[in-house]
Design a protein around this ligand. Structure first.
Ligand SMILES: [Zn+2]
Length: 82
């Protein structure tokens, strides 16, 4: 199965992560502690329980935790630097 490439959203400060308004759908971002992924429907989740390979491939596949959202994909983080 081919992975979906997710573009990176830059973060200007770690406090921005507290604002849900800041989360752009279909992007990922990294804080000093966690990698965050927002599904195309605008739901955000941390990838703390996932492994990210050197090329940005996320293992296992990502399932959106929100009820009623069926986003479930293999993800590669575009612009990932290990
Ligand atoms: Zn979702």
């Amino acid at each position: 199965m081919s992975a979906v490439a997710i573009p990176r959203q830059s973060v200007t400060s770690t406090t921005d992560i507290e604002s849900t308004d800041f989360f752009a759908a279909g992007t990922w971002r990294q804080t000093n502690k966690s990698v965050w992924l927002t599904c195309p429907n605008g739901h955000s989740d941390v990838l703390d329980d996932h492994t990210i390979a050197d090329d940005g491939t996320v293992t296992p596949s990502v399932v959106c935790p929100y009820d009623g959202c069926d986003w479930h994909v293999h993800v590669r983080l575009e612009g990932w630097s290990p």
